[in-house]
Design a protein around this ligand. Structure first.
Ligand code: RB5
Length: 150
């Protein structure tokens, strides 16, 4: 498994700790930046990470900003991305299991390292349930994308 990761300046302090979690889990990653605490636009990093997921360069994406909200709003504008904005391991597991989320977004200013660690482990280790009702709902999301992203 390969994970695309990205942050803005609001997530720059938590990203090294995210990388430690991925290394501990023996998961490959590609770091799309940013790489300093200079103010940047979260939009640009969300797009880089999501493109890597849509192009299948990476299997999943993880985005960090101050709250995770800006990143998740941008990510969910990209065709093929289902981004779960989470603050706990239960939601991260459920967004894989029920929504087949391919990107996780969270906020450095919201979470501690312990919660982030459990959440990321849950996200990368949980498969989509493939239950009929969940497949049906994800297919409806895809149909909506086809209607709205021309
Ligand atoms: C940056 O100050 C902050 O607005 C950003 O990291 C994020 O929280 C936006 O949603």
């Amino acid at each position: 498994m390969k994970i695309a990761i990205g942050c803005d300046h609001g997530g720059i302090n938590l990203k090294p700790q995210l990388i430690e979690v991925l290394k501990e889990c023996n998961v490959e990653y590609v770091d799309f930046g940013c790489f300093s605490n200079q103010s940047v636009d979260y939009n640009d990093y969300a797009v880089k990470v999501c493109n890597a997921v849509v192009n299948k360069e990476c299997d999943l994406g993880i985005l960090i900003c101050g709250t995770g909200i800006g990143m998740s709003i941008v990510a969910n504008k990209i065709k093929g991305i289902r981004c779960g904005h989470c603050s706990d391991a239960f939601s991260a597991r459920m967004t894989r299991e029920h929504n087949d989320a391919n990107v996780l977004a969270f906020g450095e200013r919201v979470l501690g390292v312990g919660v982030m660690t459990d959440m990321v482990k849950a996200f990368i280790s949980t498969p989509f349930s493939n239950g009929e009702r969940h497949v049906n709902r994800v297919n409806k999301i895809k149909a909506l994308e086809e209607e709205n992203f021309k």
